[in-house]
Unconditional design. Structure first.
Length: 358
């Protein structure tokens, strides 16, 4: 294991995050798994890399339930990770934006962890739902993505993947792990240029959004266009800060750099080496593409309008459908019985105390 690779810990939250983390586990990375249901842990992982949220029995895509379940467990989660991987200083926290456990826990966990451990670097890997996924999945994605953007100044690299890019979502998990491993653990040495561990760490922890590509085509321009079209990433802006390129030996940097800059913008600088196998590109420091949130909102609006049409066809009148808060359409929570021993104020105080300076 390279020195850089040993500094990295991959944290999978929820079912999707855990599945992606498992792919890194198979590549010998340090991995840790957080879930609200024991059924969401992948097979074959070590018990001391699992954290089952206390008292949880799954979240059924309810983000608030995930937050409520885990609000008292964050210190324990962080302690477990630190004890398991005491030398790790770079973290990839992975989750689906459309789920319950990952969507609910990830922004808060990142917020707390980055504040508590300012000397450690926290990256986020987040996955957009497919356009055909449920109304609730898209509402979760909208709220979670907004929370991630709100704490972006506390984070380092953010990778935004999209389930629209593959029919089989599991393909995305493997592709992402292979792309990142190809950048982190490359063993390229060339008289024409090298990327050392310090430069690689700069690339993988640059603040902003990052995109990675890989292709083997002899014709660089054709291969680049094809890899962009087939990329597992959501659409990105072309304003990257740094570029990293691991190129086939027969390419010359000055012949390909303009093609890359056309797609990712002109960087402050690039780090380039050659390995004779494939072309790998990482573009970092990219600004958030606001069109992504607009597309999510448009998808939600379209689904709500379809829901209204169906209800009207069945004789259900709801003239205010477009103004309905999605949470009001979910299963109503049972009211607390009058003789309940739950002390609401005490619970509220305990939650607030977690965020007070000690």
């Amino acid at each position: 294991m390279s020195d850089l690779k040993s500094k990295i810990a991959i944290i999978g939250i929820g079912q999707c995050g855990s599945q992606i983390a498992r792919q890194f586990d198979l590549l010998n990375y340090n991995t840790f798994y957080i879930n609200s249901s024991i059924a969401d842990f992948p097979d074959g992982i070590e018990d001391d890399t699992k954290f089952l949220i206390n008292g949880a029995k799954g979240c059924a895509k309810d983000r608030q339930k995930a937050i409520d379940y885990g609000v008292g467990s964050f210190d324990e989660i962080l302690d477990r990770i630190d004890n398991r991987y005491p030398l790790s200083s770079i973290y990839y926290v992975i989750n689906s934006l459309g789920g319950g456990t990952g969507a609910g826990l990830t922004p808060l966990l990142l917020d707390i962890a980055s504040s508590k451990n300012p000397n450690k670097k926290y990256n986020a890997v987040i996955v957009l739902p497919h356009d055909d996924e449920s109304l609730l999945a898209h509402d979760n994605a909208k709220e979670t993505l907004k929370q991630i953007i709100d704490i972006q100044d506390k984070l380092y690299s953010i990778h935004l993947l999209s389930n629209n890019k593959r029919k089989d979502f599991l393909e995305i998990n493997k592709e992402f792990s292979m792309l990142l491993d190809g950048i982190i653990d490359h063993k390229s040495h060339s008289e024409k240029g090298n990327i050392d561990d310090e430069e690689t760490e700069q690339l993988i922890t640059d603040t902003g959004f990052s995109v990675m590509l890989e292709f083997e085509d002899d014709d660089f321009k054709v291969g680049l266009a094809k890899s962009i079209k087939n990329s597992i990433y959501a659409d990105w802006n072309n304003d990257s800060r740094y570029l990293g390129m691991i190129l086939n030996d027969y390419h010359e940097k000055n012949e390909v750099i303009k093609e890359v800059e056309n797609e990712f913008g002109i960087p402050l600088t690039d780090f380039t080496t050659f390995n004779g196998e494939s072309n790998k590109i990482i573009a970092t420091g990219i600004s958030f593409n606001k069109a992504i949130l607009r597309n999510i909102n448009d998808n939600i609006k379209e689904k709500m309008q379809k829901k209204q049409v169906i209800q009207e066809q069945k004789g259900i009148q709801d003239e205010e459908m477009e103004e309905v808060n999605l949470s009001s359409l979910m299963t109503k929570k049972k009211p607390v019985k009058k003789n309940s021993n739950v002390n609401v104020m005490k619970d509220l105080d305990s939650i607030l105390n977690k965020y007070k300076k000690k």
